[in-house]
Design a protein around this ligand. Structure first.
Ligand SMILES: CCCCCCCCCCCCC[C@H](O)CC(=O)SCCNC(=O)CCNC(=O)[C@H](O)C(C)(C)COP(=O)(O)OP(=O)(O)OC[C@H]1O[C@@H](n2cnc3c(N)ncnc32)[C@H](O)[C@@H]1OP(=O)(O)O
Length: 260
């Protein structure tokens, strides 16, 4: 079994971290595969939704610390480990125009938590736990947690989690907006499958235009945002899918979409 799995089925691309014996801690080779998988999903017209999850009782324990032991630890080497490796996953995730869903099946620590934060929506198993544990060893979140976490939970809560490194359980994560939903551990796989299928059955162009508007809207003023959405609407109304959606609505049947 490979440490890192990527497969596409029914318009859903699934990324699975598969090192349960190491709590799905990622190697630097896995990081390269991860960035490539996200780029492939973006380029593949068959892919409408991307799901990220792990095998076993951990989502991801961050970088495999045992693989760092024999690495040169100069400041430049540390910087390049992040800029040339881990950050490439964040850039590939940012470039993804399609829904990126994280099924947090267990503990997510350090970069493992940051990788979950890069997703658009997180659904957690009841046993999932989150920790930005860097502070415990006097480090800072090098993978983007200081960028992603405040945008998800707000500045004050983000600073609390970053300054304390405390573990946050699934229900507390739900309360602070870190996750959108919590389900029983043994129901997570089916729940993410159903949710991904729901999104994959929506008109793809409209789904992607909505994501683009929301993500760009995070950094735009009102006038720019409304001007952009007007252009997006012009594109959406020009699609065959929008015509199919309107017809399907009138005929009281589910629409069947082609992404055109
Ligand atoms: C969080 C701050 C640490 C920062 C140190 C980083 C050093 C510098 C890094 C530079 C490169 C940066 C890359 C990235 O940006 C940085 C990170 O990802 S930081 C996050 C690193 N991860 C961790 O610190 C998590 C460490 N693990 C744990 O806290 C716990 O294992 C757990 C995840 C909470 C699970 O706890 P338990 O359920 O009790 O399980 P065990 O602890 O018994 O673990 C079982 C088994 O898995 C092995 N393992 C767990 N995590 C890792 C890991 N990250 N790397 C390698 N192996 C891991 C653990 O050793 C056990 O193996 P066994 O002993 O049974 O052989």
């Amino acid at each position: 079994m490979a440490d890192f799995e990527y497969h596409v089925s029914d318009h859903v691309a699934t990324i699975r971290l598969n090192r349960p014996e190491r709590k799905n801690a990622f190697t630097l080779d896995m990081v390269d595969q991860w960035a490539e998988a996200l780029r492939s999903a973006e380029a593949d017209p068959e892919v409408r939704v991307v799901v990220l999850t792990g095998t076993g009782d951990a989502f991801c324990a961050g970088v495999d610390l045992s693989k760092l032991a024999d690495r040169e630890r100069t400041p430049l080497a540390e910087r390049e480990l992040l800029t040339k490796k881990v950050h490439q996953v964040a850039y590939a995730a940012e470039a993804l125009s399609k829904p990126y869903l994280a099924a947090v099946n267990g503990v997510a620590v350090g970069a493992g938590m940051d990788m979950a934060l890069m997703a658009d929506i997180r659904i957690a198993a009841a046993s999932a736990r989150f920790s930005e544990g860097y502070i415990r060893v006097g480090l800072v979140p090098g993978d983007g947690g200081c960028f992603f976490l405040p945008r998800v939970v707000g500045t004050a809560t983000a600073l609390r989690l970053l300054w304390t490194g405390e573990f946050v359980g699934a229900q507390d994560a739900l309360a602070m907006g870190l996750v959108s939903e919590v389900c029983p551990d043994d129901a997570l796989e089916q729940r993410i499958t159903d949710f991904a299928a729901l999104l994959a059955g929506q008109p793809p162009v409209a789904v992607q235009l909505i994501k683009r508007a929301v993500r760009l809207g995070e950094r735009q003023d009102l006038r720019t945002a409304l001007d952009l959405i007007a252009s997006h609407q012009a594109v959406a109304t020009s699609t065959a899918d929008s015509r199919e959606a309107m017809t399907a609505f009138q005929e009281r049947r589910p629409g069947v979409y082609t992404g055109r």
